[in-house]
Design a protein around this ligand. Structure first.
Ligand SMILES: [Zn+2]
Ligand SMILES: [Zn+2]
Length: 83
């Protein structure tokens, strides 16, 4: 089951299905939240049954800035403070 670290949304689907729907499994370089895809896969292969894999849903990972929604919000907040 894929769980979004930002909004808590979850979908009872596997890693591959989740990624096809736009989920991202990686570690955010700024806040270090998240599970890298390769680690998540190893973890899943060792466990049987339903496991929660923490990642970011399609709304909470920004490929252009390469950070999660938390860090993007923080960056935008800083920009507003400067302006
Ligand atoms: Zn989300
Ligand atoms: Zn982050």
């Amino acid at each position: 089951m894929a769980v979004c670290l930002v909004c808590g949304k979850f979908e009872p689907i596997g890693l591959d299905a989740a990624m096809k729907k736009g989920w991202v499994f990686t570690r955010c370089p700024e806040c270090h939240r998240g599970t890298p895809f390769d680690i998540a896969r190893v973890y899943l292969s060792k466990t049987i049954g339903e496991e929660n894999i923490e990642g970011f849903c399609n709304k909470h990972w920004f490929r252009d800035s390469g950070v999660c929604a938390y860090c993007r919000m923080r960056r935008e907040g800083a920009q507003q403070a400067v302006a």
